[in-house]
Design a protein. Structure first.
Length: 162
């Protein structure tokens, strides 16, 4: 009888030992950056504000972004926002995917997308500044802002100087 119950006893003892080792497993995991940003709706809002900021910057004297964005801005002004809309949708999906969301980025890789543009450090910074303004307008907290800018900053080498 006792002999037959031994495996059961070992199993119970094992389970107890195992659960007593469980220390930090109950600590809730930090939600993904995607969730903390507010998911697709919040990212869409930020990217649309960002796009608006970029267009506004191209209308200023000594614009740093007009050189590269002129074809998109001119097309949109002429009534064809297709290229601008595609860029916005690509950015939403790219940021969604990169921050842990269900979106799938289907656009070109960063090197190919910026090939031939010879984007400078100064232009890269100018664009990031417009994104920061959009993040601030939407009250994205500094932790999340830093995390997102770090992810995007990591792409700089594939974008500048191509
Ligand atoms: C981390 C920074 C950046 C990210 C994440 C990014 C992302 C993207 C994406 C997703 C595309 C679309 C690719 C496709 O069509 O398949 C794109 C295209 C483009 N990007 Fe960037 N980009 C960045 C920096 C820059 C900078 C600094 C400039 C210029 C100052 C720039 C100018 C452009 C332009 C002009 C296009 C082409 C749009 C078109 O021809 O339709 N990007 N970028």
């Amino acid at each position: 009888m006792f002999k037959r119950m031994l495996p059961l006893a070992l199993l119970v003892a094992g389970t107890l030992t195992f659960s007593s080792c469980k220390k930090n497993d109950d600590t809730p995991a930090t939600p993904s950056l995607y969730t903390r940003l507010g998911g697709n709706a919040a990212i869409t809002k930020v990217v649309n504000d960002f796009a608006g900021n970029v267009v506004a910057e191209t209308q200023t004297a000594n614009s740093k972004l007009l050189r590269t964005f002129k074809p998109l801005v001119d097309a949109a002004k002429a009534g064809d926002p297709t290229r601008a809309n595609n860029l916005v949708n690509n950015l939403i999906n790219q940021i969604g995917q990169a921050t842990g969301g269900p979106e799938k980025y289907m656009g070109k890789d960063m090197m190919t997308a910026h090939k031939g543009m010879k984007i400078t450090d100064d232009e890269f910074t100018a664009l990031v500044n417009e994104l920061v303004k959009a993040l601030d307008k939407n009250s994205v907290p500094s932790q999340e802002k830093t995390e997102l800018l770090t992810i995007l900053g990591g792409l700089k080498g594939q974008i500048v100087g191509q």
